[in-house]
Design a protein around this ligand. Structure first.
Ligand SMILES: [Zn+2]
Length: 63
């Protein structure tokens, strides 16, 4: 299973270790988030999360 790093702010997988991993922090190329905390999950879990977010969003629209 391939593991992906996911930004906790915008849920993008465009996350990489900042400064070659020297600072031990992660950098999100999409929203500019920098921090030591990112979500790490398998591709399957990531797809599952996106699906659930989409469903909850659709649910909100029905209010
Ligand atoms: Zn982000």
């Amino acid at each position: 299973m391939t593991k992906v790093l996911v930004c906790p702010v915008c849920k993008s997988t465009d996350v990489e270790l900042d400064a070659g991993g020297v600072s031990g922090k992660y950098y999100c190329k999409k929203c500019g988030y920098v921090g030591s905390f990112v979500l790490e999950m398998t591709e399957g879990e990531f797809e599952e999360m996106l699906k659930m977010e989409k469903e909850s969003m659709e649910h909100d629209e029905n209010k």
